[in-house]
Every structure is written in structure tokens, then in C-alpha cells.
Design a protein around this ligand. Structure first.
Ligand code: ADP
Length: 191
């Protein structure tokens, strides 16, 4: 299996680059944000609960997202590999992911961290809000999501750096340029 974590702040391009990775490497894409938005759309109890956190720019509780991921990893045990997009977002989720993969004799091969400065992030998210109408893409919620990213999610970089699997990717440039840098990192681990 080839297991990739695509990491970065809100607006760093995780979803965009994940779509290209799926096309190129035929991996199973697991985006916790997409999964939670599906639940909200379907009006499930889980969706309602998730929405109460997401609309404020807060994280959904670890236990909920960890359970969702655990069952999806089990369900797709025959995949060529996974792209984890938007997960893990806390140290507890990072530890849980390692344990979940271990159960299947698997590990994370690489953590690709998309590096984009704050000003550009805010700009992109505000633009996305106008086009997609994603209701967490408004100025107030964006601020809260960036704060949450710095305090709760960014510490994972050290966690993965210490394991030697963190790779920083310049996240500014054309979509294809960024994907080229990603491919180079993946080719390196595939050899
Ligand atoms: P972005 O990274 O652009 O903010 P996502 O779609 O990844 O977009 O996440 C949107 C929201 O979904 C987050 O602000 C959070 O409320 C919730 N969410 C997504 N993934 C997780 C996760 N792993 N843990 C907790 N909450 C999550």
C-alpha cells in the first residue's frame, strides 16, 4: 500500500492536490471534511452534530472522526493505498491513525505539507466562499479555522518530522507545478 497524508492549513490546496493524486496513483481518497459535509447534507444525527462544530470553525470531536476513519480503513482494506486529507488534525488523531494502520500491517509512507502563507490562505478561502458558497468560508469562521490550525493541527508537523516522513511542499504556484513537486517526493519513496 501507498499511504499518503496530505497536510496543510485550510485553503492550502489539499483537496485539489488529492484529486490529482487519485487520478495518478489510484488511491482511496478519505477526506474527513467531505465525509462530514455529506452527513450534513443527508441530515443525519452525526451530520447535525458535526455542523454545530464546523459552522463555528471548530474541530469535530476526535472520537467521532477517529471512528469514521477506522471503519473506512477496514472497509477499503483492499485499496492500493489511502490519501488522508484533513485527517489527522490533532495529535490524538495522529496517534490513532498510526494504530489503525498498524492493525492492518500498514504505515504512513509520507506526509506532504502544503506550505502557503496566511495572506494567500485568507484570500483563497474568501474567493472559494463566493464561488462554492461553503458556509464556513466567511471571514469570521476562516479566522477561527486558522487559529485552530496553528494551535491544534500544526504540532503534528513535529510529530511527523521526528519520524522522518514529513516533506514540505511549496504550495504557491500553478496546480501542476505543485503536483510536480508532490510527484517527485512520491517517486523518491517508491524507489
Ligand atoms: P479546510 O481544511 O479547508 O478547512 P475541510 O473540509 O478539511 O476544510 O474541513 C472543514 C471542517 O470540517 C473543519 O473546519 C472541521 O470543523 C471539520 N473537520 C474536518 N476534518 C476534521 C478532523 N479530522 N477532525 C476534526 N474536525 C474535522
Amino acid at each position: 500500500m501507498l499511504n499518503i497524508v496530505i497536510f496543510g492549513a485550510p485553503g492550502s490546496g489539499k483537496g485539489t492536490q488529492s484529486a490529482k493524486l487519485v487520478e495518478e496513483y489510484h488511491l482511496k481518497h478519505l477526506s474527513t471534511g467531505d465525509i462530514l459535509r455529506e452527513e450534513i447534507k443527508a441530515g443525519t444525527e452525526l451530520g447535525k452534530l458535526a455542523d454545530s462544530y464546523m459552522s463555528k470553525g471548530h474541530l469535530v470531536p476526535d472520537g467521532l472522526v477517529i471512528d469514521i476513519l477506522d471503519s473506512l480503513i477496514g472497509k477499503h482494506a483492499n485499496a492500493k493505498g489511502f490519501i488522508f486529507d484533513g485527517f489527522p488534525r490533532t495529535l490524538a488523531q495522529g496517534e490513532a491513525l498510526s494504530k489503525m494502520l498498524e492493525k492492518h500491517g500498514e504505515d504512513i509512507d509520507v506526509v506532504l505539507s502544503l506550505e502557503v502563507d496566511e495572506e494567500e490562505l485568507i484570500d483563497r478561502l474568501l474567493k472559494r466562499g463566493q464561488i462554492s458558497g461553503r458556509k464556513d468560508d466567511n471571514r469570521e469562521t476562516i479566522e477561527s479555522r486558522l487559529k485552530v490550525y496553528h494551535t491544534q493541527t500544526e504540532p503534528l508537523k513535529d510529530f511527523y518530522r521526528r519520524r522522518g516522513i514529513l516533506k514540505n511542499i511549496e504550495g504557491i504556484g500553478s496546480i501542476d507545478e505543485i503536483f510536480n513537486s508532490i510527484e517527485k517526493e512520491i517517486d523518491r519513496i517508491e524507489k
